[in-house]
Design a protein around this ligand. Sequence first.
Ligand code: AMP
Ligand code: MG
Length: 326
Amino acid sequence: MIITSAYKEKIIERAGLALRQGKLVIFPTETVYGIGAAAKNSNAVAKLYEVKNRPSFNPLIVHCANQEMAFKLVKVTKLAKKLSDAFWPGPMSLVLTCLENSPVCPLARAGLDSIALRIPANPICKQLLEVAGIPIVAPSANLSGELSPTDVKHLKNEIVKHCAEVIDAGRCSKGIESTIVDARNEIPVILRPGPITEEDIKTQINMQCFHSNQSQLDSPISPGQLASHYAPSAKLRLNATQKKQGEVFIGFNSPNADFNLTETGDLLESAANLFDMLHMADKQNPVRIAVAPIPNDGIGEAINERLARAAAPRDNLIKNPEEYKT
Ligand code: AMP
Ligand code: MG
């Protein structure tokens, strides 16, 4: 059922409150239906990854009500200002460097120091973001590996049952995911093509774009700089049962840990703490970061996948953001 104005205000009010309380909400954007969580709340974000049943973490797009809310989170470049003035609100996500002490939790960024930001144009979504008053992360509201929903009738009960509200606003007008543009430098780099095209950018702001797969010869930004996942500078030793000399030990319900992902064996809590603790451990410049074994159940699989990547030799890093598409 498409919501009518009589119900609309009430549902949006309830959904905004639910998001502020750390609950999950499904809402429309002009691209696809998203499943949203408060970007600052690592427990809510961990829950979101769990509900999507994804075997790995990927950085999530942060949705804001307006430019002011969005630009409080990042270092604003001239290019970002130009692109946002031209295309926001609309289906374009801008990747920018996040500010130190950014309220967007590290899990939402998958540990990266960048954030993809977007201001959706869908009026119901805009109203929800205004009512919520906080930045909201929202990947598509489908289980991992399945198609993104462009209508509420595509939503699966496995997802819906974990959400406090579902806002139905009919079919999404664009139906494909937002264009993602790296706006950290002087020239726009298209990381993912989408409804706003390279030609649109050329027409509107008279700028030529690079692509994330262009070689360093063509582009001042190497694709390697766009690495889509965080790896600490210290080496990792996985499945460690105790700390060796010079190591910092990240535990899982371990009494002797320097940082304990959980004290009760809670995997959701561990996911919520993962990137924060890796960053804190790395800051101590240890010989190595030792990490206790993590059970491979549920969201534990995503934790282990991320740890394995962080522990892999650095030239094996997967650098293509498209691999993290959900
Ligand atoms: P979506 O599938 O529409 O939810 O978009 C998520 C995708 O946005 C991720 O899989 C990445 O490809 C991209 N993304 C999100 N945040 C970042 C970031 N900080 N840096 C680069 N790409 C990002
Ligand atoms: Mg999707």
